[in-house]
Ligand binder design. Structure first.
Ligand code: HEC
Length: 136
């Protein structure tokens, strides 16, 4: 039987190439929030996943300092409910007074993350369910 000899450098090089190849493939197939979000909004910011509109920068500044923007993406509230979430964070989690930007923040949230809009994490509750009797 013939043995093939290769230098250690060549072997390491081959390992590196195979490793890069595998990394490239798995990366391509990994599900990403950004990609799924694309389907839900006309345009979203690639970094945060938040909907892009002229007020996006204000929301990014006021709402992504303490926690992931996913906390916003995962929720759907009416304007009043968003306001009470903000008050709740102000009472319990040291969220600052949003001042003049509060109205803008609420407009943005009510526009993009209202209850009737598709959420990333949860579907809408089922409606008009037709129950049927299980026959034994
Ligand atoms: C000063 C820090 C801070 C800032 C700034 C902040 N939050 Fe929060 N927020 C929190 C904390 C702390 C929680 C609780 C996190 C947890 O439960 O893990 C939270 C929770 C939330 C939740 C989940 C609420 C729930 O019922 O579970 C939402 C939605 C949310 N924040 C939205 C926002 C929005 C919108 C803004 C911008 C106006 C914002 N946050 C800015 C601290 C902050």
């Amino acid at each position: 039987m013939k043995t093939v000899r290769i230098s250690i450098e060549r072997f390491v090089m081959m390992l590196a190439i195979v490793g890069l190849f595998v990394a490239a493939i798995t990366r391509e197939n990994a599900p990403s929030l950004e990609k799924s979000q694309m389907v839900l909004a006309d345009s979203v910011d690639a970094e945060t996943g938040l909907a892009l509109d002229p007020n996006f920068a204000i929301i990014k500044a006021q709402c992504t300092g303490c926690h992931s923007p996913k906390l916003i993406l995962q929720h759907r509230f009416t304007r009043d409910e968003w306001l009470s979430k903000i008050r709740w964070m102000q009472r319990n989690h040291k969220l600052w007074d949003l001042g003049e930007t509060e109205k803008t923040v609420l407009d943005y949230l009510a526009k993009h993350y209202a209850p009737n809009q598709a959420a990333y994490s949860r579907r809408e509750p089922l409606r008009n369910i037709k129950w049927y009797k299980l026959e034994q």
